[in-house]
Design a protein around this ligand. Structure first.
Ligand SMILES: Cc1ncc(COP(=O)(O)O)c(C=O)c1O
Length: 390
């Protein structure tokens, strides 16, 4: 049999999906893979019913159906504070996952370097490999996940073609401050670098933190490919609707990459999602209030179990410190936790380039009952650790 590509041989199985399997095997509550266990807004479900019956059922315009882009441009112009044109500034993709791949392939040539903050969402390394680009990792130092400005400058001195900015960040829950973003912007300008943002958690930013769209910083729109999606904002991760926003010259190239990769996002779901994009601003306030409730509930359970964690500023993940429990290997701990305590999280090492082995990521986009069940199981953790070491 011929050999499959070298490119794919460097990929390992997604740890998140493996933890989901482990969770299922042991009947553990799955707080590993980040998707909600509650329904999207009723208006979206109704719209999906309608489009299932009435269509469209054939290809949309490859870079996005007109109605969808019009509604998206209106919404994003409002939130980003930029005058976005539905015909010039958008490529509609199959989720932010495809958007990031399109952004990377549009920005980079094989052999180019790309700065990625570590810990990072696992797809970025794969996106770099698939584009032939080489990541330069810059650590975000736990527990507050700050970066060292001198270290970032040294990465820029290696002449990267692009920097990947996940803000709010998965897995750390970090929301970059305006000052941090302005510093990144000054380096991007000085070294003439693209910035590829992943802002899927743009509407999940906890008070008093504030989301600054990188593209909205002075001078940055021209070098930014802003990627995001409807997955998290409307609890529709399975609908696979995302987008890239960029200046027309970049969008023209990105549309071709997208066309050859996937042709287009699902036409009936784009039509149905217009209803979501047209929801009033109060929707985003309510969404945030709900996530703030889930975060506070889950952090309360972590407090009750006496666990140490980094308080998330945005997104819906929390990194818990397991150093005190005596495991050298977070993967073994995560498997033990799923098996013995009945709660599945993701070993932090799968997100870090550096050898960090003392963190576990849990996500809390779950109904109160699910979080309460996980919380009561976590209360047994210390006793089970003692029994394990006895
Ligand atoms: C940072 C980040 N980007 C992208 C995605 C996937 O987004 P989408 O469903 O839009 O492809 C996730 C999902 O967990 C994520 O955490």
């Amino acid at each position: 049999m011929p050999q499959t590509s070298n490119r794919t041989s460097t990929f390992s199985e997604s740890v998140i999906r493996r933890m989901t399997r482990v969770a299922n095997q042991h009947g553990a509550i799955n707080l590993s893979q980040g998707f909600p266990d509650f329904d999207p807004p009723e208006a979206l479900l109704k719209a999906a019913e309608r489009t299932a019956r009435e269509g469209p059922h054939q290809y949309a315009v490859t870079w996005g159906a007109q109605d969808f882009r019009t509604a998206l441009a209106k919404k994003q112009s409002r939130f980003m504070g930029l005058p976005l044109d539905p015909d010039e500034h958008f490529v509609v993709t199959c989720g932010s996952t495809e958007a990031m791949m399109v952004a990377m392939m549009t920005a980079c040539n094989p052999g180019d370097k790309v700065i990625v903050f570590s810990p990072f969402y696992e797809n970025y390394a794969a996106d770099a490999i698939l584009s032939g680009a080489q990541p330069i990792y810059v650590p975000l130092h736990p527990p507050d996940f700050s970066f060292d400005p001198a270290e970032l400058r040294r990465a820029f001195e290696q002449q990267p073609k692009a920097l990947v900015l996940c803000n709010p960040a998965n897995p750390s829950g970090k929301v970059f401050t305006c000052e941090e973003l302005l510093y990144i912007a000054s380096l991007a300008e000085e070294f003439d670098t693209f910035v590829l943002t992943d802002e899927v958690y743009e509407h999940i930013v906890y008070t008093p933190h504030h989301h600054t769209y990188f593209a909205s910083l002075p001078g940055m729109f021209d070098r930014t490919l802003s990627c995001s999606s409807l997955s998290k904002t409307y609890s529709i991760t399975g609908w696979r609707l995302g987008y890239v926003i960029a200046p027309p010259a970049i969008v023209n190239q990105a549309r071709k990459v997208h066309d050859f990769l996937t042709v287009g996002a699902a036409a009936p779901l784009q039509a149905a999602a217009v209803t979501g994009l047209e929801l009033p601003d109060s929707y985003y306030g309510e969404l945030l209030a709900e996530y703030t409730g889930m975060r506070d509930l889950f952090l309360g359970y972590l407090d009750a179990a006496g666990l140490t964690y980094s308080r998330p500023q945005g997104a819906y993940y929390v990194m818990v410190d397991i150093s005190e429990f005596g495991w050298n290997d977070d993967v073994e701990f995560a498997e033990w936790l799923a098996r013995e305590v009945g709660v599945a999280g993701v070993p932090g090492s799968s997100f870090f380039h550096e050898p960090v082995r003392h963190l576990i990521r849990f996500h809390f986009a779950k109904r109160a009952e699910t979080l309460a069940a996980a919380g009561s199981r976590l209360l047994t953790l210390r006793e089970k650790v003692r029994a394990q070491h006895a």
